[in-house]
Design a protein. Structure first.
Length: 346
């Protein structure tokens, strides 16, 4: 049984995505243009080591390059502020510091350090998160096949048909506090992870582009997760719009997934390790096949590790009062952001 985390207040069926959970109004308004600034941050003190420690970016140049990306190149949007107490730079720094979640892990501490109220700090973060989520929705979900071939390591083109469009899939967990509601507790508890958690997917192309998929409740099986988030349908739609090849996606899954038929229905293929019952041995060919899949698919373990570089993702939700829709957006926005922060994992 699984639930999509954008939906828990309306538990009507066995599967739910996190963007339907808490009672807060999701239609939050756009940040308003206001005047600046009080100078909480001193530019002379923001050395690359400090920027990296607090936000994960290499330096301010990389940080504001990504800010320009999510703002769509709009200087007006980039410099809009929510409060008169902070400059636009300080608001973005607050947002990235909370996304990275290493130096400040409570909003109370974040608000104190930036000399604003708790409510203002949350409002600043959410306004920037909205901008990042809109940027994610504007960008293509995947790299086009020509782009994938151009930017991936040359050895991939030597080993595989250049027409093949690869994408690797894996799931990971985001820990959650145990809910007091029995139905929600069952929906979020994962036997595999041994805790209440959310489950999120990470799709990785050979060029290194990472696509975070929706968070769902932890009890959902891997196969049901793929069906619930409709990733195969999304990939089919993208492949039709990509004229650089007529090939559909070749999905690389772990053996726990049962998606071959579903992929075929969407004009795609699956490549998985062979499965054998516990009392049987693998044949020579099965062993070599499984080893070949494992070598290729190992890259997605590194994609999951990259997703966990945000300690909000790695350590999970602490308070039961936290808005889980914001956690779900944090996961998706971070999955978009890492493509502009780190070297490719393949």
């Amino acid at each position: 049984m699984g639930i999509n985390l954008h939906a828990i207040n309306e538990i009507g069926g066995p599967n739910l995505i996190f963007h339907e959970i808490n009672s807060e109004n999701p239609n939050r308004s756009e940040p308003q243009q206001t005047s600046q600034q009080v100078g909480i941050l001193d530019l002379t003190s923001l050395m690359p080591s400090v920027v990296h420690r607090r936000t994960g970016f290499e330096d301010l140049v990389q940080l504001f390059s990504f800010t320009a990306v999510v703002s769509g190149g709009s200087f007006e949007l980039m410099t809009k502020t929510v409060t008169t107490q902070l400059s636009f730079m300080e608001e973005w720094f607050l947002y990235f510091e909370w996304m990275y979640h290493r130096s400040r892990t409570r909003f109370e501490d974040l608000a104190k350090d930036y000399n604003v109220s708790f409510t203002t700090a949350k409002r600043v973060f959410r306004s920037k998160l909205q901008i990042a989520m809109r940027a994610r929705s504007r960008w293509p979900a995947y790299a086009m096949h020509e782009e994938d071939k151009k930017f991936r390591a040359e050895h991939w083109n030597e080993h595989f048909n250049e027409k093949t469009r690869f994408v690797m899939h894996d799931n990971t967990n985001v820990p959650l506090p145990a809910p007091s509601d029995a139905a929600l507790n069952r929906a979020t508890y994962s036997d595999y992870y041994g805790e209440c958690c959310a489950k999120g997917g990470a799709a990785l192309q050979l060029c290194g582009w990472i696509r975070a998929l929706e968070l769902c409740t932890g009890n959902i099986p891997d196969t049901s997760y793929i069906d619930l988030v409709k990733v195969l349908k999304e990939q089919k739609k993208f492949a039709k719009s990509d004229v650089s090849t007529e090939e559909g996606f070749l999905n690389i899954f772990d053996k726990g997934y049962r998606c071959t038929l579903a992929a075929l229905k969407e004009g795609q293929k699956c490549w998985q390790p062979d499965f054998a019952q516990s009392d049987k041995q693998f044949s020579r060919d099965s062993t070599l096949h499984s080893a070949g899949v494992a070598v290729v698919r190992s890259g997605n373990e590194r994609a999951v590790k990259t997703m966990k570089l945000s300690w909000q993702i790695r350590n999970g939700v602490v308070s039961s009062n936290q808005d889980l829709r914001i956690v779900a957006d944090h996961w998706l926005a971070w999955g978009f952001q890492v493509n502009f922060m780190y070297s490719t994992v393949l």
